[in-house]
Design a protein around this ligand. Structure first.
Ligand code: N01
Length: 532
């Protein structure tokens, strides 16, 4: 006989840990987290690549639900590095006594909705079965590694690694010829660090990427005191802003000021560093002419850093407006190309044809390598869900329901899959937001929803197909109101995975707006959902 719980939560990252705390400690439910990794931390358990660091500032890249937690924990740097975030999440697991309800090393392979019993039958890769009333996926948006199918990979005589599945013991690059494919947020973080020890680093770039200096630095005592004293204000601003960051986006349009003033404002933002650069003007993401001013500024900056004009030209050969792909921030990324041991290869002009035993062969040349680093990103948002065999009413699989792309109501539920909640699912702001802010909002909404059901003596909630249809339309409209869909190679659109439906997945209407919508839905008795 399988065990029956109130809730199974899949994943022990930021989402799963907080969801467990809410369901178990606030609602008194029987809940268990099943986690594939051998430790808690989710993204931060797996992503241990060189230079791995969060691009959100540490005082906002954390939980805000507990004042005591915030007062006690002290971040050491402006942007938290992977080891520090992992320590933080382990601290949270201990502090809230979560481990006793987390089963590590347990991958969920399948989950089927049993209509007669109104239960989810969850099956692990090890064959264990657990039944639960609610199934909550806390699997992260960027947790399914995308290793491109390049012919010959299996023949490579050296070692290769994907950044999202990095060996815990690290990789020694000393004396090695390293090839890195990918120049997204991850690749941009990794390049300068790998270059420090590798004999030679060859970076294979398909799409030139913008980046702004992070200006990471240790936090001084004054700032730490300020953070402790301003807990409420920091929490409130992250909840009120479009992207969940602790800064507001300026209202002024880019072309409303003189060229000199615009330059001065961009200079100031460049010197301050970080994701706030894109908040310099209110219309950078909505008006092409405004965006062009940011592009011109960034091009000039990069050309001023990179000494070889040909390399600088390749690095600034942008094919999309600024910030329409997730804008990276960096520590000495462009500077790294001034080193003798770093070479940039344009694989848009001369694509990679195959991997040979000796290295990477492009249309034009062969590059001998000892190590290949795939900084090639993820099968984002839908990948982590679709690799679980999830079956709803009538045995319909999530794969079938999403054959033409993800369809959700609020990014929280899928019609035909009762009592399944998809934390930070497609159709929610998720990756367009500072993630812990999006995660807390979802965890709290789900906990409140389950509390409501229990208070009403109800046992089931299910998104209505027409509500989901309307929400899909709304998600598309929110994206179309911005320049975001103009980046044709963006993983927001699923464009990085061959064969994946081209659908703009996250909700681009802003976190604050989304929060209001979710609150309104709940206040109107869970409008758009059927409750029974
Ligand atoms: O992945 P990406 P990432 N041949 O998909 C290239 C988050 N993150 O891991 O642009 C050659 O952005 C691909 O080229 P192209 C953040 O949300 C957060 O860097 O598709 N190249 C691109 O250059 C981020 O957006 C933090 O043409 C190939 C790169 O690989 C998300 O994770 C830190 C290729 C992939 O870039 C993903 O970032 C780091 C091929 N076959 C990351 N296939 C934080 O701060 C792919 N590429 C929290």
């Amino acid at each position: 006989m399988s065990e029956t719980l109130d809730a199974v939560i899949v994943g022990a990252g930021f989402s799963g840990l907080y969801q467990l705390h809410l369901l178990r400690d606030r609602l008194g439910l029987s809940a268990r987290v099943l986690e594939a990794g051998d430790g808690v931390g989710g993204t931060w358990y797996w992503n241990r690549y060189p230079g791995a660091r969060c691009d959100s500032e540490s005082h906002s890249y954390c939980y805000m639900f507990s004042r005591d937690l915030q007062q006690d924990w002290e971040w050491t740097e402006r942007y938290p590095g992977q080891p520090e975030i992992l320590r933080y999440l382990n601290h949270v697991a201990d502090r809230f006594d979560l481990r006793r309800d987390i089963r590590l090393g347990t991958r969920v392979a399948a989950a089927a909705y049993d209509e007669a019993a109104n239960l989810w039958q969850v099956e692990t890769a090890g064959g264990e079965r657990i039944a639960a009333r609610f199934l909550i996926t806390a699997v992260g948006c960027l947790s399914t590694a995308n290793v491109p199918r390049i012919p010959g990979l299996e023949s490579f005589a050296g070692c290769w690694y994907h950044t999202g599945e990095w060996p815990h013991e690290g990789v020694d690059f000393r004396g090695k010829r390293v090839g890195q494919i990918g120049t997204g947020s991850t690749g941009i973080q990794a390049v300068p660090v790998i270059a420090e020890t590798a004999a030679h680093l060859t970076v294979f770039q398909r799409t030139a990427n913008y980046s702004v200096p992070a200006r990471n630095a240790p936090l001084d005592a004054g700032f730490k005191d300020w953070v402790r004293a301003n807990y409420d204000a920091i929490r409130d601003i992250t909840r009120a802003t479009t992207n969940g960051h602790p800064f507001t986006i300026a209202d002024r349009p880019a072309l409303s000021v003189s060229a000199e003033e615009r330059q001065a404002l961009y200079e100031k933002a460049w010197e301050r560093g970080g994701l706030q650069f894109r908040a310099t003007f209110g219309d950078i993401l909505t008006d092409r002419a405004a965006n062009d001013t940011a592009v011109a500024f960034l091009k000039a900056k990069i050309r001023g850093i990179v000494t070889d004009p040909q390399t600088a030209a390749l690095l600034t050969d942008f094919d999309h407006p600024y910030a329409t792909k997730r804008p990276p921030i960096d520590t000495d990324y462009f500077e790294a190309y001034n080193r003798d041991n770093v070479t940039l290869v344009d694989v848009r002009a001369a694509p990679i044809e195959r991997i040979t035993p000796a290295g990477i062969r492009t249309r034009d040349a062969e590059y001998p390598l000892d190590i290949i680093v795939f900084a090639t990103g993820f099968d984002a948002m839908t990948g982590p869900l679709l690799r679980i065999d999830i079956r709803g009413r009538g045995g319909v699989t999530l794969q079938e329901a999403w054959a033409d792309g993800p369809r959700t109501y609020l990014g929280l539920q899928v019609a035909g899959f009762p009592n399944l909640f998809t934390m930070t699912g497609p159709g929610s702001p998720s990756v367009l937001c500072n993630m812990p802010v999006a995660i807390e909002q979802h965890a709290e909404w789900i906990a409140d929803c389950i509390a409501h059901l229990r208070a009403q003596g109800l046992a089931r909630i299910e998104a209505q197909p027409d509500a989901a249809d309307r929400w899909v339309t709304e998600v598309n409209a929110a994206a179309e109101a911005t320049l975001l869909p103009q980046a044709s190679s963006s993983w927001y659109l699923g464009a990085n995975v061959p064969g994946k439906p081209r659908v703009f997945m996250p909700y681009a209407g802003g976190m604050a707006q989304y929060r209001r919508i979710c609150e309104g839905v709940a206040a109107r008795g869970y409008e758009g959902f059927a409750l029974a």
